[in-house]
Design a binder for this molecule. Structure first.
Ligand SMILES: CC[C@@H](C(=O)O)C(=O)SCCNC(=O)CCNC(=O)[C@H](O)C(C)(C)COP(=O)(O)OP(=O)(O)OC[C@H]1O[C@@H](n2cnc3c(N)ncnc32)[C@H](O)[C@@H]1OP(=O)(O)O
Length: 305
């Protein structure tokens, strides 16, 4: 092997190791990409309004609410910062098993707050916001919880992207998911395009993005963007609220001890994100954490043959 070849192999290996380290830490961007999280955070904080509310329940299912009803739950800058903070809180929630992401007051989220968008409409600021939100949403998807977006009303632009940062999507009747970016002369920037391709395949992703198609619940089910449809609770008296329906739907996947749910999510994530050999090794390591563990021993003791 020539010295030149050896150097370039070393360089490739080095990049690969950094990539794996970043994947395991959860962060997509660092100072090597010119990204300074604190600096972006400070800038975003200037665009106030709304909140991101987190309710952790004893059931192990948390509810994260996008709350800015006077702007159809659009994301102000301070909401972007709060989202990242809530994700941090969920990352260390050892008893957590599931997460419902929803919008306040009957609608999901209308994307970025267009007032903030206008104020930072230059490529440098746009890129910083984009990196901040990619980090936050990638970490949201990588939480050791089974997550579901409860889509009521509209999920537009960044709101549509947010739905793809959950493991599943449940759509209420009359709800719409629409990647309106093309109408804005944009492409998704919060990681929504990359995730959409994983969810619906590149053909459907191109149709949804290229046509800025409105996806209702039936179309959503047909292409695999929606995983279930919820009944409008106000129609039938005594009907369950949408949150209750989402909790019931989710409980099928969150039954059991938290460490087992965390382990399951980790093997699925590594299968999705890593190369096969690395995914297999991760699966082996995770297997080692549950094999002979309390849940495993209890299950074995309760079985009679
Ligand atoms: C990279 C950019 C991309 C991203 O970040 O990924 C984006 O997300 S850009 C934003 C994309 N979103 C949109 O283009 C949606 C814009 N809004 C609408 O099309 C409509 O408002 C609606 C969501 C379809 C609702 O229509 P309607 O029911 O007729 O209500 P109003 O239009 O009267 O809205 C009520 C109220 O809410 C304000 N609003 C709605 N969306 C936003 C928004 N994204 N940013 C800021 N404000 C928003 C709207 O202006 C109304 O306010 P008032 O006029 O003060 O009542």
């Amino acid at each position: 092997m020539t010295a030149e070849l050896r150097d370039s192999s070393r360089e490739i290996l080095h990049h690969y190791v950094i990539l794996l380290q970043r994947q395991s830490s959860g962060f997509v961007y660092s100072s090597t990409h010119g990204f300074n999280q604190n600096e972006v955070r400070e800038k975003l904080q200037a665009f106030t309004g709304g909140s991101i509310d987190l309710l952790k329940q004893d059931s192990g299912i948390a509810v994260l609410t996008i709350n800015n009803p006077s702007r159809m739950n659009a994301f102000s800058g301070s909401m972007m910062v709060e989202l990242e903070e809530r994700v941090s809180q969920l990352e260390s929630w050892t008893d957590g098993k599931g997460l419902i992401v929803c919008g306040a007051a009957g609608t999901f989220c209308s994307g970025s707050d267009l007032n903030a968008v206008k104020a930072i409409c230059n490529p440098q600021d746009g890129m910083k916001m984009c990196m901040f939100m990619q980090d936050a949403l990638t970490r949201l998807l990588r939480l050791p919880l089974v997550s579901v977006a409860l889509v009521e009303g509209r999920a537009l632009g960044g709101g549509a992207e947010l739905t793809t940062a959950c493991d599943f999507r449940l759509m209420a009747s009359d709800s719409v998911i629409q990647f309106v970016h093309k109408h804005m002369g944009l492409v998704p920037g919060w990681g929504g395009a990359a995730r959409l391709v994983h969810i619906v395949g590149s053909q459907n992703a191109l149709k949804l993005l290229g046509g800025a198609l409105k996806v209702d619940n039936q179309f959503g089910l047909q292409i695999g963007l929606a995983d279930g449809v919820l009944e409008a609770s106000q129609i039938k008296q005594g009907a369950e609220s949408l949150i209750q329906q989402a909790e019931n739907w989710l409980s099928c996947y969150t039954k059991g001890p938290a460490p087992v749910i965390h382990a399951l999510k980790k093997v699925v994530l590594s299968g999705r994100e890593l190369l096969l050999l690395d995914a297999l090794r991760t699966e082996k390591d995770v297997f080692g954490t549950v094999w002979g563990g309390p849940a495993n021993l209890q299950a074995l003791a309760s079985k009679t043959y």
